[in-house]
Design a binder for this molecule. Structure first.
Ligand code: UT7
Length: 322
């Protein structure tokens, strides 16, 4: 049996840090409100000369170094992002060029915060069915570029960052199951009002920014995390107790805590980085995993359940043995 196994993981955070205290200077908010309602203390913001592709590249290089893989060995590059550098070409192609990889398919997936899980699902199917031996899956975002800094209800929530995983075909267990879903019925609850085909006129720039009905998204997110975790575990004839680590999408500490509680998962087995990174959309799960691996908390052989939820709505989970 061929598995897609994570051979290396890496991440990158821009140097600039924006604390809650900094935001207090910029808008009518408080460190206390942000921490109580979201658990967020600070977020990283891309420098002017950084883009989604450039930070994705940094994360990819770290993951490839851990995996001991060179650019010419890559058979697939997927970037989960809703903030690509340009409309065309894909951020994945820009990363591919800068890595010095030629010829393998390189594509972006826009599944908002679920982009990394969608990428894992794609790469898992690709490697298992003999499409190649090595895949690079990245989640990278520069959400600061579509954040409305005049809207305190969203501006405090987001950050920039990138995380990457190198997957290799292996006879040792790796990804055990993935499930991805979406429901476009919820388009209006979390969106940018304008876009490419709807128009990018500079006079309506605020339409390019993220808008969210926070309450409605919150409720839906908690319920969905619970159902998708159960779906994945049931598919494997397993039990939630078999999971060593739960890595949920990092949007809000209250969502993470509520999801863990519903699942009966003790917080010691939940990886939470939302306090330091805020919501980095598709980057949040690989960023959190990389941190936990490099801190020595997640070890080879550990069973990990990942679950994400985002605009669309999209949602998805992956169960894997590291
Ligand atoms: O990654 C994709 C998924 N995204 C999410 O999962 C985000 C889901 N939603 C959330 O995390 C939460 O709904 C928020 C953190 C966005 C908001 O928390 P909430 O507990 O739902 O607060 P609220 O929207 O009900 O706002 C409560 C109050 C309001 O004031 P009034 O109307 O009660 O007087 C807001 O105006 O807090 C006010 N408020 C703020 N106050 C200080 C909203 N934003 C801020 C702010 N600072 N930044």
């Amino acid at each position: 049996m061929t598995y897609a196994r994570i051979a290396g993981i890496g991440s990158y955070l821009p140097e600039k840090v924006l604390s809650n205290a900094d935001l207090e200077e910029m808008m009518d908010t408080s460190d206390e409100w942000i921490r109580e309602r979201t658990g967020i203390k600070r977020r990283h913001i891309a420098a002017d000369d950084e883009t989604t592709a450039s930070i994705a590249l940094n994360a990819a290089q770290r993951a490839m170094e851990m995996a001991g893989v060179t650019a010419d060995e890559l058979d697939l590059i997927v970037v989960g992002t809703c903030t690509p550098d340009k409309v065309i070409p894909a951020a994945a192609c820009i990363v591919q060029r800068r890595l010095g990889s030629v010829g393998c398919p390189a594509v972006d997936i826009n599944a908002a915060c679920s982009g990394f899980i969608y990428g894992l699902d794609y790469a898992n199917r690709y490697l298992r069915t003999g499409g190649g031996k090595t895949a690079l899956v990245i989640g990278a975002e520069t959400l600061s570029r579509i954040t409305n800094w005049d809207d305190r209800t969203t501006a405090v929530l987001f950050g920039d960052g990138a995380g990457a995983a190198v997957l290799q075909a292996s006879d040792k267990p790796g990804i055990l199951a993935t499930h991805i879903h979406s429901n476009g019925e919820y388009e209006d609850l979390l969106q940018t009002r304008n876009g490419v085909s709807l128009g990018f006129d500079a006079s309506c720039t605020p339409g390019a920014y993220i808008e969210m009905n926070g309450n409605a998204v919150f409720k839906r997110a908690v319920a969905t995390f619970d159902s998708m975790a159960r779906e994945t575990v049931a598919d494997l004839d397993g039990h939630l107790e078999d999971i060593d680590w739960f890595i949920p999408h990092q949007a809000n500490m209250r969502i993470i805590t509520a999801a863990a509680k519903k699942l009966g998962m003790p917080m010691e087995r939940v990886i939470a980085t939302v306090d330091e990174h805020a919501n980095t959309s598709a980057a949040s799960i690989p960023l959190a995993m990389d941190l936990a691996v490099r801190e020595g908390r997640i070890k080879r052989g550990d069973k990990i359940l990942m679950a994400a939820f985002g605009a669309g709505f999209t949602w998805g989970s992956a169960m894997l043995e590291f």
